[in-house]
Design a protein around this ligand. Structure first.
Ligand code: IFM
Length: 421
């Protein structure tokens, strides 16, 4: 049995800086330009040292496609060399690299985005290149980060590229394309990694955003809760069965059937399933921070984490990798308890049979939070964007101690929202 993965998670556009060849670079001008972000490119070695200093054994990053292929078929040697240093740097520090292939961005030359069949073809070629180049050193691959958020934010809320609002037909087509992209990537990785790298087997999964939806007093019959649950599980279910539940129809996605070596899962909050929550979740309404919520007004609920882990196990019967979990908390007032309580919830879920194989905290550093700009602070390390100085928050010590305790501690009793407010 392999070692439990304890790690931190990042994504390219949120930390690297100057990803000038992707679709976000132009789109974000209507909000806050990402600019230099955390200059992760310039701080690579120090940041990997910081990740390792937490006592972690894994590091999640995304390989920015537009950095290695800024124009179709043209490789950027500096971009490629950067990811080679990143992967080598992880391995030198005992960090298993967890490589995400698609984390919200696309090269600008992918006209039509995920709705274009040409993007899918190009993505497949890109994955084949990644398999050959990095499959010898990287075992863990996340194909697509939060396809459910990407489709909703891009085609319903309009806060991600291409910025369409209230187009459920296009959101459905985008989600379907992303599930197909996952299926194709899974098959390419499983075919090409062993072929190029002496029979090595990759581990491949996908990482939806999962919310613990509660029945709302605005909808006691729980109809909207079913919408929320479809948002949570449609993608993972499709990667098991090959049938994807969309808004008005079900799509056959045979290329995705049976393509989960693990289920990735990004968990941040529990929400009442109703229209105001959906609008808030989509970034169209803001809730001011209050007791029991983080700086973005997101309610903190560790019990929901246990529930979704157990539910993922029940539905999918595959290993579960927590690919993200964290909170926006500049003052680090909530994060220490957040960490303890979420790790306790994870231990309880394991004790109830969920095969959770790793926990990757979002995030190592404060970073560019998409349409929310630089306000939200998710980092274990604070970043001063004027100087690029990194300062450990007290939570670094908390996480280090939790890792040292290990994952097999006896489960603790559930903690209420009030206890951490
Ligand atoms: O920063 C994001 C990340 O890119 C995707 N998952 C949620 C995080 C916090 O909002």
């Amino acid at each position: 049995m392999s070692e439990f993965l304890w790690g931190t998670a990042t994504s390219a556009h949120q930390v690297e800086g100057h990803n000038v060849h992707n679709d976000w670079w132009t789109f974000e001008r209507r909000f806050t330009p990402s600019g230099a972000a955390c200059d992760f490119v310039g701080h690579l070695e120090g940041d990997l040292d910081r990740a390792a200093a937490l006592g972690t054994n894994a590091f999640r990053f995304s390989l920015e496609w537009s950095r290695v292929e800024p124009r179709p078929g043209e490789r950027d040697p500096d971009g490629v060399a950067f990811y080679e240093r990143l992967v080598a740097g992880c391995r030198a520090r005992g960090l298993a690299p967890v490589l995400t292939l698609s984390h919200f961005t696309l090269p600008r030359w992918c006209e039509g985005g995920w709705l274009s069949p040409a993007t899918l073809e190009a993505f497949e070629r890109h994955v084949a290149w990644v398999a050959e180049r990095f499959g010898g050193e990287v075992e863990w691959f996340v194909t697509v980060n939060e396809p459910n958020v990407m489709a909703g934010a891009g085609y319903l809320a309009g806060v991600f590229p291409p910025g369409h609002r209230f187009r459920p037909d296009l959101a459905d087509r985008c989600l379907e394309a992303l599930v197909r992209a996952h299926g194709r990537a899974y098959r390419v990785l499983h075919q090409d990694v062993p072929r190029h790298h002496g029979g090595r087997r990759p581990r491949v999964g996908i990482a939806p955003h999962v919310v613990a939806w509660r029945v709302s007093r605005l909808d006691p019959l729980g109809i909207t809760r079913r919408i929320g649950e479809r948002f949570d599980w449609a993608v993972l279910d499709a990667c098991k069965t090959g049938r994807l539940a969309l808004t008005w129809r079900t799509a056959d996605v045979p290329e995705a059937a049976g393509t989960l070596d693990f289920a990735g899962l990004n968990y941040y909050m529990a929400l009442p399933a109703d229209a105001p929550s959906f609008l808030r979740f989509a970034g169209l309404l803001h809730r001011p921070p209050g007791p029991g919520t983080n700086d973005l007004g997101w309610p903190i609920e560790p019990a929901g984490f246990e529930e979704v882990l157990v539910e993922a196990h029940r539905r999918l019967q595959v290993p579960i990798l927590v690919t993200e979990n964290g909170t926006a908390d500049a003052a680090d007032r909530l994060r220490p308890a957040f960490l303890r309580e979420h790790v306790a919830a994870l231990r309880r879920a394991r004790a109830r049979g969920a095969d959770v194989v790793g926990y990757l905290h979002w995030s190592l550093l404060d970073n560019f939070e998409w349409h929310e700009g630089y306000g939200p602070r998710f980092g274990l390390y604070a970043v001063d964007y004027a100087t690029q100085a990194r300062t450990p928050r007290p939570s670094c010590e908390v996480y280090r101690a939790l890792i040292a305790e290990g994952v097999e501690l006896a489960p603790t009793t559930p903690v209420t929202k009030e206890a951490i407010a």
